[in-house]
Design a protein around this ligand. Structure first.
Ligand code: GDP
Length: 444
């Protein structure tokens, strides 16, 4: 699996941080050191690592993070955001020409997956854009190259313009462009020659094809498995051709991740697509944010944090804090909290978004009945205002009345009142600086 080692190391680092009740400067430095080593081990460019660690450290050192609620979680969020930034923030869409055809030049070293990717891209354009692409076979050096392109093209029903291997590639492209104009193809995908490494003759030829066709996209195809070599290749091609984007192939293999994380930072050019298999369907748009979450192995932790933040009403939280301190948390506050919780969506979905929980067998068939919240609400709503604001008034005859009023069995009313009392007691302990109560609750 891609990124396995990196994900494991980063997860361990974050786990260690999460277990700390308080994060000190020394903890932060240690965390940064571990992140740095993990990235270097994953073959991320050393300069990229240096910049990354510097930015994360600067953001995390901000007084608010360490002093605020949940510093560990905040740091995870910063790491995630910076990983996303490093890989280009948002997905980069394919350029499109104002008039047909849009010309896409595929370039790359031999074996990187250029021809395969050309096919995948054509299929994507056909399926998602109802496009009518045409290929131009411009690799005349490997006799098998044209046959291979033809096979790929046949499998997805896309026409190929070819003139065999005895004509100059630039001439083939010139005539191919004329053919595309006659056929009114809206996309022309040029499969150029590759070499084992970058050489002058190849670059000259590619530059000529570029000058002739003014391509809207020059997509460099690189093999993710080659790590820093892929990054060097990208730099080399970009110097000569000013590429418009990168396709990273073989991300289904067990790549360490260096290429995915360095290419954008080193070349300034976006990764537009990733190849995740040999089949024609295995081409995906590259989303830096999703890739970052995947690298951190955090499932949808980010979505979870965002959901919590979106529903987090600061004023209400401050009010709850005040009431907890004054020991005046009452049933009305409890109702508000239930409302906030239910706004975040089904509880079992939230649980599954937590790190390490997604595959927890205990959660597999878990379903928390949202009606339980409704029942608790119904019981509280059957209380008089006096009972709500003064929970100590509760007694057996009142409970009996609540059961009748809410239509819930008396055992349920008893359970709810008991849980509420426990919660109040716990809050009281926490706000008085006694964490033992909370630790008991968490089973620690
Ligand atoms: P080219 O020389 O750059 O045109 O490379 P090819 O398109 O011939 O691909 C070289 C090999 O890589 C072929 O066996 C492809 O099936 C394989 N390949 C290409 N892309 C991917 C990918 O995303 N995942 C995997 N597993 N294999 C790929």
């Amino acid at each position: 699996m891609a990124f396995e080692g990196l994900t494991e190391r980063l997860q361990k680092t974050m786990e260690k941080l999460r277990r700390k009740p308080k994060v000190t400067d020394a903890d932060l430095r240690e965390t940064m050191r571990e992140i740095r080593l993990a990235l270097l081990e994953a073959d991320v460019n050393f300069k990229v690592v240096k910049d990354f660690v510097k930015t994360v450290q600067a953001k995390a050192t901000g007084a608010e993070v360490l002093k605020g609620l949940n510093p560990a979680q905040q740091i995870v969020k910063i790491v995630n955001e910076e990983l996303t930034n490093m890989m280009g923030e948002t997905a980069a869409p394919l350029n499109k020409a104002p008039h047909i055809p849009t010309v896409i030049m595929m370039v790359g070293l031999q074996g990187a997956g250029k021809t395969t990717t050309a096919g995948k891209l054509a299929l994507k354009l056909k399926e998602e854009d109802q496009a009518r692409p045409m290929f131009i076979a411009a690799d005349v050096y490997r006799p098998a190259a044209i046959t291979q392109l033809q096979q790929v093209a046949d499998s997805i029903d896309v026409p190929v313009f070819e003139m065999g291997t005895d004509v100059d590639p630039v001439e083939i492209v010139r005539q191919g462009m004329t053919q595309a104009a006659i056929q009114k193809n809206d996309y022309v995908i040029i499969d150029t020659a590759g070499r084992l490494q970058i050489d002058e003759a190849l670059m000259d030829e590619l530059v000529k094809i570029k000058e002739l066709t003014h391509p809207n996209e020059i997509l460099l195809v690189v093999d993710a498995m080659t790590g820093q070599n892929a990054v060097n290749t990208a730099e080399g091609f970009d110097d000569q051709l000013d590429i418009t984007g990168v396709v990273l192939t073989k991300l289904d293999g067990d790549t360490r991740g260096g290429a995915a994380m360095s290419i954008r930072a080193v070349t300034g050019k976006p990764i537009k697509f990733v190849g995740e298999g040999e089949k024609m369907e295995n081409l995906d748009v590259f989303y830096p944010d999703r890739m970052a979450s995947r690298i951190l192995g955090m499932g949808d932790m980010l979505t979870l944090i965002e959901k919590a933040q979106k529903n987090f009403d600061e004023e209400q939280a401050a009010e709850t804090m005040r009431k907890m301190q004054e020991n005046s948390f009452d049933y009305n506050d409890f109702l508000d909290q239930i409302d906030q919780m239910t706004k975040m969506g089904p509880l079992e979905d939230l649980l599954k978004m937590m790190p390490g929980m997604a595959n927890n067998p205990a959660l597999k068939n878990l379903s928390i009945d949202p009606k339980q919240f409704l029942h608790i609400k119904a019981i509280i709503q059957s209380m008089t205002e006096a009972e709500r604001t003064n929970p100590d008034l509760m007694n057996p005859s009142r409970k009996k009345r609540l059961a009748a009023g809410s239509g819930r069995p008396i055992v349920e009313v008893n359970r709810m009142v008991k849980q509420f009392d426990q919660m109040r007691k716990m809050m009281n302990q926490i706000t008085n600086g006694n964490f033992a109560g909370m630790q008991n609750m968490m089973g620690g």
